[in-house]
Ligand binder design. Sequence first.
Ligand code: PXP
Length: 245
Amino acid sequence: MTSLGVNIDHIANLRQARQTIEPEPILLAMLAELGGADGITIHLREDRRHIQDRDVELLRKTVQSRLNLEMAATEEMTQIALKNHPDMVTLVPERREEVTTEGGLDVVENESKLKKVITKIQEAGIPVSLFVDPFEPQLEACSRTGANWIEIHTGNYANATFQNRALELAKIKEATAKATSLGLRVNAGHGLTYQNVEPIAAIQGIEELNIGHTIIARSIAVGLKEAVHEMKQLINNPRENIFIS
Ligand code: PXP
């Protein structure tokens, strides 16, 4: 059965939009686990736009499933990974101007630099995954770096027109078969939704899907009615002196 890693970056996005204490990613990660998440995924970006350093530290202590830390292959992030020891590090490309991760790593171009970072993290006993497009030369380069896992970028499949979707799906299927033949273990993610996830989940060889935006969006849809109801209860039956001891 395919596992589900829930990406909770968007919870932190909402908190940072107000620079406040809610929603609390630590609490909501626990709820995601209660809902069946097999892992919690977070991306500590260099600009700290959503997940903060304290989230990494607290989630390391509280996540009961597996903590997957997505990060750029920089010295700063490597030190943070070594300090917090997540259950997996997924190396992703990062551009400051991007709204979200826009594509896979160019492993072919950055092979030797990545190899050094991967070795350092693996020596601390942390498995490393590389986020890559389903493109054979990239998979071969991944294998040469000594990475244990890849995460196939499903964004092009997710964004494809109806006519092109079968082609993008076939690329992911072929890439999964190629990667497993190279001895790599395979995850996938980005842009997956309740509407498009099933053909990806059915691919033999993909072990885990990392899904964020659609799940957090759906949680608002399924939770908003109850949240408004709770506020109405307080407004209609107010207790006057709750802050007087
Ligand atoms: N995998 C990687 C490497 C990502 O960068 C992201 C987005 O942060 C995801 C999976 C999840 O993507 P989405 O939020 O579109 O489900």
